[in-house]
Design a protein around this ligand. Structure first.
Ligand SMILES: [Mg+2]
Length: 221
């Protein structure tokens, strides 16, 4: 079997922050923009896409400096929320075993997430998953998630045929993003979408979670 590049989404795929991330974004929006803005559609959205929507909603011209100020505020709140046990976040079932098993193989692991780079670092570090991922593509690389696949592939530093790339995530946007770069899409129903709902977007594989003993074989098949 050829070696694969597995690109993992973070939220509701590897971890559930118990709302710590959502709350940090809302609080930062209130502080920087003066209000929470439109209802946040976090499922599969990039952080920079969310900030773009905030500029639009509050009728403000885009300002890179203000975007950066927003992220700095968000990151402080995110860390604070994660440290606060009330949110009750956790690593999702099967994730630790799956990642540990993959580390013993010749396959390559990366992140493909809508989180900004620093936000992804805060979250993966908090849950002790950071050492599994040497690289990734992030929500501050581009607001359009569909453009993040090729960035992650390039950062792997290796050559991968598109059919050897596997994108694993919990939303239709993860499926679309896999399709956009010709990768295999593995959808996992550990977020707000059910298996049946995810199937409508025609991923190559849908799993209830990553906890089954067959998970790795199914993903790599
Ligand atoms: Mg997700």
């Amino acid at each position: 079997m050829s070696t694969k590049l597995l690109l993992f989404d973070i939220d509701c795929t590897l971890i559930d922050t118990g709302g710590a991330g959502m709350s940090a974004l809302k609080e930062a929006a209130k502080t920087i923009f003066g209000g929470e803005g439109p209802p946040l559609d976090l499922a599969g959205s990039t952080d920079s896409g969310i900030v773009r929507n905030l500029f639009e909603h509050f009728d403000q011209p885009y300002d890179a400096k203000l975007e950066d100020t927003f992220y700095q505020d968000y990151l402080v709140r995110l860390q604070r929320n994660l440290n606060h046990s009330d949110f009750g976040g956790r690593i999702l079932d099967g994730v630790s075993v799956l990642l540990e098993t993959l580390m013993e193989t010749e396959h390559t692991l990366g992140l493909l997430t809508g989180n900004i780079t620093a936000g992804a670092a805060v979250k993966t570090k908090h849950y002790g998953l950071d050492h599994y991922f040497r690289f990734g593509s992030y929500g501050d690389d581009h607001w359009d998630r569909n453009l993040l696949g090729p960035i992650a592939i390039e950062r792997s530093g290796k050559e991968f045929a598109s059919h050897d790339v596997i994108v694993i995530g919990d939303t239709p946007k993860d499926i679309a993003c896999a399709k956009a770069c010709g990768a295999k899409s593995v959808a996992v129903a550990t977020g707000k979408f059910t298996k049946a709902e995810l199937l409508e977007y025609e991923p190559d594989l849908v799993l209830l979670d990553l906890a089954s003993e067959q998970t790795l074989d199914q993903i790599l098949a």
